[in-house]
Design a protein around this ligand. Structure first.
Ligand code: SAH
Ligand code: SF4
Length: 357
């Protein structure tokens, strides 16, 4: 008997084809899509607008899977972290960061990461493999299962209202799968997260930035973290491959295509490394030079075992933010969430040593 086909992760055309291949009419794809992504149903037997025979046939040919939840932790600030395991035993972490009446799910795109930023826990893990589109989509579906957000709620009533592609991995190193997953997550007949409520963060894989955004329509965040090549290459070795000029040129091109879009520049503040007022001035000059409509997101460094960097002092963070604000840029300081369970930015990891923490 041939192996069953996993339905999660197929786009609409692929779903039609899968139905055709088992001798069914392609219009069934619409119903099935709704069951998968609007109702979040995982049991063919419960798909009541399909005939009994069809339900039986579907269950013989297809599967609807979720990753296994290995562990779940909830922080004192209600941040929720899952360690998920896929069919081959590989694991990633995913985080839900609740706000008062909404919240963001932080999803991973790779097991580990090849970029190797010096301050990032994930980067210390090396890359094991890319996630498939199915795996990326199914992360979010696990969060929806947990918060009982099926069928897809309206925009106003959903708690899981936003997605940030800021978990493990570099999304633009897993370009096609990330694009495909985001297009499934935003499809209006299913999960229907608005494209404006999704932010994809990249360390700056310059050649793919414009393409990825054109194909998905989501918001862009760039992990900048330093205002010149010397410093950036020291803490983000990827900068040697794609130096600041190339990254910022791609940002310019992106804004040339869609003038209404702001770019968020994430800036991690490391004590005595990149937090001087001179660095702030260099940043301002860069934004002006490339004529970027930008806002900053200042990130206090989240420590993790084995990393030598220290978070900047509070007064220094304040002064840095003020300098940017005076130059006309929004520069909120990100409040670290879920630090007590290592769920904050840059703390995610899926190796065994994480389990003993
Ligand atoms: N790979 C992508 C997205 C995942 S990282 C990227 O690098 O943009 C999400 C954000 O967390 C990035 O801005 C990243 O630089 C930041 N980050 C990494 N390590 C961190 C740490 N230890 N403390 C705070 N933020 C960190
Ligand atoms: Fe990878 Fe992003 Fe971590 Fe850098 S910060 S190592 S790109 S996950």
């Amino acid at each position: 008997m041939s192996e069953k086909i996993e339905l999660i992760g197929l786009n609409k055309d692929e779903l039609k084809k899968a139905l055709l291949d088992i001798g069914e009419k392609p219009f069934r794809a619409k119903q099935l899509w709704q069951w998968l992504y609007y109702f979040g149903e995982t049991d063919f037997a419960k798909m009541t607008n399909l005939s009994k025979d069809l339900r039986q046939k579907l269950s013989e040919k297809f599967t609807i899977s979720r990753p296994k939840i290995v562990t779940e932790q909830i922080s004192s600030d209600k941040t929720h972290k899952w360690l998920l395991e896929f069919a081959d035993g590989q694991r990633v972490e995913m985080v839900y960061i609740p706000e008062e009446d909404r919240g963001a799910v932080c999803i991973s795109t790779q097991v580990g990461c090849a970029v190797g930023c010096r301050f990032c826990h994930t980067g210390s893990q090396k890359l094991t493999r890319n996630l498939t589109a199915a795996e990326i989509v199914s992360e979010f579906m696990v969060a929806r299962d947990a918060y009982h957000e099926w069928p897809s709620p309206t925009n106003e009533t959903r708690y899981l209202s936003n997605i940030v592609v800021m978990g493990m991995g570099e999304p633009l190193h897993n370009l096609d799968n990330t694009i495909k997953a985001l297009n499934i997550l935003t499809d209006g007949d299913g999960i229907a997260i608005s494209r404006r409520r999704i932010t994809m963060s990249t360390s700056g894989i310059a050649p793919h930035i414009v393409h990825a955004l054109k194909e998905t329509g989501v918001r862009l965040a760039i992990s900048l973290h330093a205002p010149n090549n010397d410093l950036r290459s020291q803490i983000m070795p990827i900068n040697k491959r794609y130096p600041l000029e190339e990254v910022l040129k791609a940002c310019r091109e992106y804004q040339d295509g869609d003038g209404s879009r702001y770019i968020t520049f994430e800036y991690l503040l490391l004590d005595g490394v990149n937090d001087s007022l001179d660095c702030a001035q260099q940043l301002i000059d860069l934004m002006k030079k490339y004529k970027l409509r930008a806002s900053f997101n200042l990130i206090p460094f989240n420590p993790w075992p084995g990393c030598d960097f220290k978070p900047s002092k509070k007064a220094q963070i304040k002064a840095f933010a003020l300098a940017l604000e005076k130059a006309g840029f929004a520069a909120p300081v990100r409040v670290p969430r879920g630090q007590d369970i290592l769920a904050a930015c840059g703390q995610l990891k899926s190796k065994k040593d994480q389990e003993n923490l």
